[in-house]
Write a protein that binds this ligand. Structure first.
Ligand code: HEC
Ligand code: HEC
Ligand code: HEC
Ligand code: HEC
Ligand code: HEC
Ligand code: HEC
Ligand code: HEC
Ligand code: HEC
Length: 506
């Protein structure tokens, strides 16, 4: 009791000194537009976390008020609220304007510097000024990435097969499910952890003891993170704190953190594609502008990045609209080329844990390739979405180039699916003969040797081949994790099956 009261006096003392020193620093800014609360934060954090303060000072949000931002012409607006949020219109978006929002809904709220602060700034907080982006993102597979993995019994088995600790018992190999720290360092690093406030603890800081939350699953910026206010996702997965710059989001490096492969090699194929080559050559030139809104094809850039094809608001120099911005990125995706285990039409709902195939398994396709149609978009929607994507291409290509590209991609979807069917038939034979134990026998389908070879055939090689076909980078469709490996692996599965049938006499 006495100790914490003394800490309060010490803090109050520091606080007064900061208020005296503050004007000399704040004078460099347009101080009238910074709220009193944020000035309080800056006073301490200029010393405690100078990196955060300077990053924020260089961001757009430190320079313009929501009210002024909302007056820009429609296609140049970077805020999407209908009416300026109460009490927030007249000051720039500072520390307090994000970290003090909705204190009642946040389990991580703590009393700090005389205000109610929370550590984790969630999509729900950003929605105060960016409601459209938040709403769209909630319908993106990414927002559901935690539950899509953790609420699906089959994928949980995949987690264990990949990261569970193994023990040799003298005769047998056993494997347990990985613990929470391992998951946070592995699958959930990208998919997102579940954040839980364990307790409010006293922490020793540079400014003496302070009470702050201890949050399990933290730090994490996975796309489907479960937040302490119950919301899903982290906008900071692509909009890194505290600059929140559109430049970062538009560059492929940002996506590369999670989309690299070998299961999801979008970045790798892009990097070696013609589009990626032009990006590499031009990104630092004066001619390309990564900040302009809208992003004008033929003026701001001449080859697409991930963002241009999947997210961006794109115009032509004449003002023709090529694409509306979307954070529900499946607006432009007809297919799910990421096979589970077959490529299929895109799922209807971002929550894929609700899907059941014809055998009752939580997968979008059955093991014989039949899609779980009830849970996938219709043929009509699939064609519409492909057209939306093609509008982007048509800003730089003619229609025959574009239709030829998609015809070839769909052919690759068919041929790689057929290859997955062949591998599955070999595995099915092993299951039928009791050599390995599949779902029908109550076993996990991903942990034994033939099963793991089967997983590699669709998860690595068929996927890689399709990603190369969709986004360029032919080597990843052939010798680098592509068709060569797909056929080699199938042959080796067959040989192992024959060998084991002989030696195990089944
Ligand atoms: C009296 C000085 C002081 C003031 C005023 C202050 N902070 Fe802090 N803040 C600190 C210190 C010290 C830390 C601890 C840093 C550490 O853990 O090393 C901290 C930590 C934080 C954290 C991280 C908490 C965590 O869980 O790790 C956040 C977020 C934060 N402050 C935001 C704010 C905001 C927003 C304001 C203004 C509303 C503010 N601070 C005002 C001194 C202050
Ligand atoms: C636009 C909203 C926004 C503004 C403005 C903002 N923050 Fe943050 N802050 C975030 C987000 C988002 C995170 C990342 C945490 C997460 O993933 O949710 C974060 C994280 C933090 C953390 C913990 C991260 C770490 O590396 O330890 C601290 C401390 C912090 N902010 C302090 C500040 C301070 C000080 C200011 C003012 C200079 C500020 N923030 C302004 C949104 C904001
Ligand atoms: C109180 C209102 C408010 C909140 C809360 C807020 N923003 Fe902003 N945001 C703005 C304003 C104002 C701008 C600048 C608009 C302009 O320059 O025209 C902006 C700009 C942006 C930009 C564009 C930056 C650029 O370089 O073009 C991004 C990205 C962004 N915000 C993301 C976020 C994220 C993520 C959060 C939550 C962590 C958030 N914002 C919270 C008001 C807000
Ligand atoms: C480096 C980041 C990263 C890590 C680590 C990661 N994933 Fe993923 N995961 C992704 C990406 C990206 C996608 C989306 C692929 C696509 O649609 O092209 C994805 C999608 C999935 C899906 C599809 C879910 C659905 O229904 O939509 C499953 C299943 C999956 N991952 C399993 C796992 C497992 C199991 C682990 C851990 C062994 C794991 N992932 C680790 C990035 C990652
Ligand atoms: C922190 C990791 C992470 C980052 C960064 C990231 N993604 Fe993802 N992305 C994922 C995961 C995980 C999934 C799959 C979620 C699932 O299937 O449940 C995914 C799915 C997707 C999807 C499929 C969405 C849908 O609804 O069909 C697209 C498209 C995508 N990402 C594009 C991008 C782009 C473009 C960037 C960069 C601007 C990016 N991602 C950055 C992790 C990430
Ligand atoms: C997977 C990556 C990714 C995630 C996660 C993401 N964004 Fe974005 N965001 C982008 C990309 C890429 C752009 C650039 C779009 C463009 O060029 O028009 C963008 C643009 C924006 C802009 C417009 C900026 C401007 O200058 O006009 C805002 C505002 C924004 N995002 C807010 C959010 C919010 C709020 C969230 C969380 C709910 C979020 N974003 C999550 C990738 C992402
Ligand atoms: C030239 C445009 C273009 C560029 C650039 C591009 N993509 Fe794609 N992307 C596509 C097309 C086309 C598809 C397949 C569309 C479909 O499935 O209907 C696709 C599919 C995807 C998918 C969906 C996979 C699935 O599960 O179905 C993800 C994720 C993705 N791209 C991420 C990225 C990332 C990350 C980058 C940058 C490193 C990138 N893309 C660059 C056009 C592009
Ligand atoms: C902003 C302009 C732009 C957009 C948008 C764009 N491309 Fe391209 N694309 C180019 C340029 C420039 C080249 C290089 C042409 C050359 O090498 O002569 C290219 C090359 C290609 C190539 C040739 C690859 C090779 O190595 O032979 C294909 C295929 C292609 N694009 C398909 C697409 C598809 C499909 C889309 C839409 C999903 C698309 N592009 C969107 C500008 C663009």
């Amino acid at each position: 009791m006495g100790g914490s009261r003394r800490a309060v006096y010490v803090l109050a003392g520091i606080w007064v000194i900061i208020w005296i020193l503050l004007p000399s620093w704040a004078g460099a800014q347009d101080s009238e537009n910074i709220s009193a609360q944020t000035r309080g934060c800056l006073g301490c954090h200029q010393t405690v976390t100078p990196g955060i303060v300077s990053d924020w000072k260089n961001s757009r949000m430190a320079k313009i008020t929501p009210a002024a931002a909302s007056e820009k012409p429609a296609r140049q607006r970077r805020v999407s609220f209908d009416s300026v949020p109460e009490n927030l219109g007249g000051t720039v978006v500072g520390c307090a304007e994000c970290h003090n929002l909705h204190p009642d809904t946040h389990d991580d709220t703590f009393s700090h510097g005389g205000t109610d602060v929370h550590t984790v700034v969630t999509p729900e907080d950003c929605a105060t000024c960016h409601p459209v982006e938040r709403q769209q993102f909630s319908q993106n597979l990414m927002a559901e990435a935690y539950g899509n993995l953790m609420d699906n019994s089959l994928y949980e088995a995949l987690i264990t097969a990949a990261s569970g600790p193994m023990k040799f018992t003298g005769t047998k190999l056993t494997q347990k499910a990985p613990d929470a720290e391992t998951n946070a360092d592995a699958c959930l690093f990208c998919h997102g952890t579940k954040l839980k406030v364990e307790k409010i603890e006293e922490r020793d800081t540079a400014m003496g003891p302070m009470e702050m939350p201890e949050i399990s699953g933290w730090p994490n910026q996975g796309v489907g993170r479960i937040n302490p206010d119950g919301s899903k996702g982290s906008c900071a997965a692509c909009h890194t704190r505290h600059r929140f710059s559109i430049k970062t989001a538009r560059k492929p490096d940002t996506c590369s953190q999670c989309h690299k492969g070998p299961d999801v090699p979008a970045y790798k194929v892009y990097k070696v594609s013609k589009h990626g080559n032009i990006y590499s050559a031009m990104k630092d030139s004066e001619e390309w502008d990564f900040s302009a809104v809208p992003w004008t094809v033929g003026r701001d850039m001449e080859a697409p990045t991930c963002a241009a094809c999947h997210v961006s608001l794109l115009d032509s120099p004449g003002g023709r609209v090529l694409a509306e911005r979307t954070h529900r990125m499946n607006d432009r995706l007809g297919w799910r080329i990421f096979g589970l285990p077959y490529a299929h039409a895109h799922p209807e709902s971002a929550d894929t844990s609700i899907i059941r195939n014809k055998n009752g398994l939580p997968l979008p396709t059955a093991l014989d390739g039949t899609p779980a149609e009830k849970f996938l978009i219709s043929e009509k929607t699939r064609v519409e979405r492909t057209r939306t994507m093609q509008q982007v291409c048509l800003g730089c290509h003619s229609s025959s180039w574009v239709s030829g590209h998609f015809r070839r991609m769909e052919h690759t979807i068919d041929s790689t699916n057929a290859q997955t069917r062949t591998a599955t038939e070999i595995l099915q034979k092993a299951w039928d003969a009791g050599l390995e134990s599949g779902p029908a026998a109550g076993g996990r389908p991903f942990d034994e040797t033939l099963e793991r070879m089967w997983v590699e055939s669709w998860l690595f090689y068929a996927n890689s081949t399709r990603f190369a076909s969709a986004m360029g980078g032919a080597d990843y469709g052939v010798f680098e994790n592509g068709r060569w490996h797909l056929t080699r692996n199938t042959r080796e599965m067959m040989e192992l099956l024959e060998l084991r049938q002989k030696t195990e006499n089944r």
